[in-house]
Every structure is written in structure tokens, then in C-alpha cells.
Design a protein around this ligand. Structure first.
Ligand SMILES: Cc1cc2nc3c(=O)[nH]c(=O)nc-3n(C[C@H](O)[C@H](O)[C@H](O)COP(=O)(O)O)c2cc1C
Length: 198
């Protein structure tokens, strides 16, 4: 089984829901399996708030073994001032040994995000997450315009990755295009990973 690591941070749940949709897409590809993981929040003094164990609910925190064992990585974060949230950046800044040893080199990768506003920085956030993945030598997978939702969406869903428009109070439900594109991204990454593993 090719493990597709779906790794994200989510404060209020929108990015977490997007992650679950992507994982469904991964599961639709034979030979591929999604592994959901998250990262700890950070305290104002910029120390990780991992505590003694994993979160009380939801997926466990990502470990070095998860990074080593994955055949692909799909990375998600809410938009914070037009870029990824600090907990995910903090986690990525701790992956020097993976960078040095080439743990992620040649593995496919993709990104996803959630924003409160339509033009509040989905693309810039997705690009901010792509940059460290390129430094890790990963092969970036996006969403092609042959997916009807990319041109038809009235909410999230971009060529750079999956996204969700949550509304200023998180009141906006996922629409049909956002769900379809999240699943398509999961399928696409899993399909590339499975082909590379053959
Ligand atoms: C500090 C902070 C900065 C934010 N910056 C933006 C922003 O630049 N653009 C935007 O549309 N939403 C912004 N948001 C809203 C979140 O991106 C949005 O609520 C997202 O859907 C939350 O995802 P989550 O439910 O996974 O935590 C910001 C939220 C916070 C707390």
C-alpha cells in the first residue's frame, strides 16, 4: 500500500474537513491509502504546545516516521494573513534532517487551504506551502482545468491546490465543486504515487 500522508493544521475545522475529503479521494485509488496527521499548535512564546500526548480527538501528531514512510504528502493550512499558519511553518522548520537526508525527494506532493474571504489569499497560501516542498525535492501536483470545478467554482478550488471558502464566521458549507476538487486532488496524488511505486 502506498501511504499518502495528508498533513494539516486546522484551528476551527474547515481545513480538517478539506483533509477528510482529500483522503476520500486517495482511498478511491487502488493500492493507495491516506494517513491523516496534524501538527501541534504553538504558544505565544513560540514553543510547540504538543504537551504529553496526541490531541484528544482527531488524527495524531505527525512524526518523523510518518514522513519517512509516506509515498506522497498533501499539506494543508488555513490562510493566515495570506500565507500558511505558524504551527505548520514551525513543523516544517523542524524538518532539516529530512531535508539533509533527502527523505521526501522525488515523492509527489500537493497543498490545500481554507480562507474566510473569497480573495483573502488562497493562491498565495497554497504557493507558500509549495515553496518548502520544492526545497524538499518533492514533485508538485496541482488540479488541471480538465476538472470542471476549477473553472466552474464560485467558492474554493484552484489550479494550485484544493481550497474552501469558509465565510467570515465559518458559516459557509462546502459546496459541490469544493468537495469534488478535494477528492480529485487526493485521487491525483495517490495515482501518481502508485505509478511511481510500481
Ligand atoms: C490570524 C488570522 C489570520 C487570518 N488571515 C486570513 C486571510 O489573510 N485571509 C482570509 O481570507 N482569511 C484569513 N483568516 C481566516 C481563516 O483563514 C479561515 O477562518 C479558515 O477557514 C480557518 O480554517 P480552520 O477552520 O481550518 O482553522 C485568518 C484567521 C486568523 C485567525
Amino acid at each position: 500500500m502506498t501511504q499518502v500522508l495528508v498533513l494539516y493544521y486546522s484551528r476551527h475545522g474547515a481545513t480538517a474537513e478539506l483533509a477528510r475529503q482529500i483522503a476520500r479521494g486517495v482511498g478511491e485509488i487502488a493500492g493507495a491509502e491516506a494517513r491523516l496527521r496534524t501538527v501541534p499548535p504553538v504558544r505565544p512564546e513560540f514553543e510547540p504546545a504538543r504537551g504529553d500526548g496526541d490531541p484528544a480527538s482527531g488524527p495524531p501528531y505527525c512524526t518523523r516516521e510518518d514522513l519517512a514512510e509516506c509515498g506522497a504528502l498533501i499539506l494543508g493550512s488555513p490562510t493566515r494573513f495570506g500565507q500558511m499558519a505558524a504551527p505548520l511553518k514551525y513543523f516544517l522548520d523542524g524538518t532539516s534532517s529530512e531535508w539533509l537526508s533527502g527523505t521526501l525527494v522525488g515523492k509527489p506532493a500537493a497543498v490545500f487551504t481554507s480562507t474566510s474571504t473569497m480573495h483573502g489569499g488562497q493562491e498565495s497560501t497554497l504557493l507558500s506551502m509549495i515553496l518548502p516542498l520544492l526545497h524538499h525535492g518533492m514533485l508538485i501536483v496541482g488540479l488541471p482545468f480538465t476538472e470542471p470545478g476549477v473553472s466552474g467554482t464560485q467558492g474554493g478550488g484552484t489550479p494550485y491546490g484544493a481550497s474552501h471558502l469558509a465565510g467570515t464566521r465559518g458559516e459557509r458549507a462546502f459546496d459541490e465543486h469544493e468537495r469534488a476538487l478535494a477528492r480529485a486532488l487526493g485521487r491525483r496524488v495517490a495515482d501518481v504515487a502508485a505509478r511511481l511505486a510500481r
